[in-house]
Design a protein. Structure first.
Length: 252
């Protein structure tokens, strides 16, 4: 089967809320066809109640290889191809180094790091034989700031897994590039999502003050950058991490 004619078929993980849900709204508004994947039930009323012909929802645990393969297969079956993957699925941990144990660390690693690899592998296996594509993973500003946990903020396990994702995406960009597949990452700062819902008021205020723009980001602002990285306008960008944090930290 050939690559989809209009190059607008997306698989979005972590689609039930936050950045994933925001990405789906933006994509559908632009006429894209979207397979929305999440462990949780995806509430369609808040995403696209009038555009369901372009949207398929599936349950997917990205830490399981069979689920990732099925997500790709379901997308291809529904829309005739797969052009881009926006991988936002992940779990959070606010535990400090003193609270954290091996089980919690392993759980985060399985979803955040292994899950990023498995969904990229599944998509890459399809894309390499069908004209290439684009994949975007998700890092976090916590890896730049050295998040220590508490007050709703990411701790050592979360921070470490997000750092690992950056190394992984660069390796996959190098591995998949010869097949015409670009792999990039967005690294959000604090964003209004379920992950920041547990921040204390003091933490929210302090985070906003540390940004150059003086505020916390919106989910659609992160999603828009990820979508851009899948577009033809980003056709010569691969292996890059784009910080989307309002000037909370600066990278080179």
């Amino acid at each position: 089967m050939a690559k989809s004619e209009k190059k607008n078929v997306f698989l979005v993980t972590g689609a039930a809320s936050g950045i994933g849900a925001a990405a789906i709204r933006l994509l559908l508004a632009d006429g894209a066809r979207v397979c929305a994947a999440d462990m949780q039930r995806i509430g369609l009323d808040g995403i696209a109640p009038k555009q369901l012909d372009n949207l398929k929802t599936i349950r997917c645990d990205v830490s399981k290889e069979t689920d990732c393969k099925r997500a790709v297969a379901d997308t291809v079956k529904a829309f005739g191809g797969l052009d881009s993957v926006l991988h936002f699925a992940g779990i959070h941990s606010v535990q400090s180094w003193e609270e954290l144990d091996a089980d919690e660390f392993a759980k985060l690693y399985a979803v955040n790091v292994i899950g990023s690899f498995l969904i990229t592998k599944a998509a890459g296996q399809y894309m390499k034989d069908h004209g290439g594509g684009a994949i975007v993973m998700t890092g976090s500003g916590s890896m730049n700031s050295g998040g220590t946990g508490g007050n709703g903020r990411g701790g050592p396990a979360y921070t470490a897994t997000k750092g690992a994702i950056i190394a992984l995406h660069r390796s996959m960009a190098r591995s998949l590039g010869p097949h015409g597949i670009r792999v990039n990452a967005v690294s959000p700062g604090s964003t209004t999502t379920a992950m920041t819902a547990d921040y204390s008021e003091e933490a929210l205020t302090n985070v906003a003050r540390r940004t150059a723009l003086g505020r916390i980001g919106r989910a659609d602002e992160i999603a828009a950058v990820a979508i851009f990285l899948c577009s033809d306008k980003a056709s010569y960008i691969s292996g890059e991490i784009v910080n989307v944090n309002g000037g909370g930290s600066f990278g080179i």
